[in-house]
Write a protein that binds this ligand. Structure first.
Ligand code: SF4
Length: 303
């Protein structure tokens, strides 16, 4: 027997909350608006750069922020992975046209001289990809007030659990829905932090975004994937677990660091200062001298 929407007499399309198509779409958009205002993520006066990959999360975020009246522009990174990113970029250009938003694409080739496919031999693709992607996002989002990412509640809860299992207190301390102001960095916001992966997937399907999901060939069964399954099973028995993990991470991020902890565990408990500009590109560097992206760029150019 089909369920009825808890707000009207229409058939429900989603179970928890039990809502029909229209009320579910409204619920998702209102949750985003509430998260933005309650967590003071940004205002309608701010310019928002949405990091878009072409997946359901970032596309839904771009569309919702546009619908809510925010000044949005998309920024996509083309890593240069054959058969993977091309499909997502095609989807993005269709979405950009349909919803009248600008999307800028920056490629590894134009920024670092070579596509990822040409530099992965003998390297772990995801680590070089991560350094270059973060670099491009921060560099090209400089003209905006904030970078919005499509991280959802599942991503955040998995991240907290992962950092706990690895005792990575430094990363745990960086659990934020809005990253703190830090010299050289554009603040990052996560308007989907209180929506689950399932809710975003349903939103994307109900809006017929018609995205082609293609898995990156370098994707492998990660610790995150394993924790996702464990966490989903556990949450079925104990609803609210994901929200509590996010809350725990955010409480930890506010934790005061005592003088004793500073002496004994200075690298563990303090948010590292990335304020030093790289002497080559001017982007923030974790330590004195060239930033990680410039070191890798130099290595690649010499090959
Ligand atoms: Fe980059 Fe693919 Fe690794 Fe993701 S899975 S970080 S896209 S190489």
């Amino acid at each position: 027997m089909s369920m009825k929407c808890e707000k009207c007499s229409q058939t429900a399309v989603f179970e928890q909350p039990t809502l029909c198509k229209d009320h579910f779409i409204t619920y998702v958009e209102e949750t985003v608006a509430k998260t933005i205002s309650e967590q003071k993520l940004c205002t309608k006066e701010n310019s928002v750069c949405v990091a878009v990959s072409g997946g359901k999360d970032s596309v839904s975020l771009l569309v919702i922020l546009k619908k809510l009246g925010f000044k949005v522009t998309g920024l996509a990174v083309d890593e240069g992975i054959e058969g993977y990113r091309d499909t997502a970029l095609d989807d993005l250009s269709r979405i950009a046209q349909k919803y009248d938003v600008k999307i800028r694409v920056v490629s590894f080739k134009e920024e670092f001289g070579k596509p990822l496919d040409d530099v992965v031999e003998g390297r772990y693709p995801c680590s070089i990809c991560g350094v270059f992607r973060r670099y491009i996002l921060n560099k090209y989002a400089k003209e905006y007030d904030v970078i919005a990412t499509g991280h959802n509640l599942d991503d955040e809860a998995q991240g907290v659990l992962m950092n706990l299992t690895k005792a990575n207190v430094d990363l745990l301390k960086r659990t934020h829905i809005r990253s703190p102001e830090q010299k050289g960095f554009v603040p990052r916001i996560k308007p989907f932090a209180y929506l689950t992966e399932k809710e975003i997937l349903a939103y994307a399907l109900l809006n017929s975004f018609d995205l082609h999901y293609v898995e990156c060939p370098h994707m492998y069964q990660s610790l995150r994937d394993q924790l996702r399954d464990v966490l989903n099973d556990y949450t079925l028995q104990h609803p609210g677990t994901k929200e509590q993990l996010l809350e725990a991470g955010m409480l930890w991020s506010k934790k005061e660091v005592t003088a004793e902890q500073q002496e004994g565990h200075s690298t563990d408990l303090l948010v590292p200062s990335y304020a030093q500009p790289c002497p080559s590109c001017g982007e923030p560097s974790a330590k004195e001298g060239l930033c990680r992206a410039c070191v890798l760029k130099k290595e690649i150019a010499e090959e």
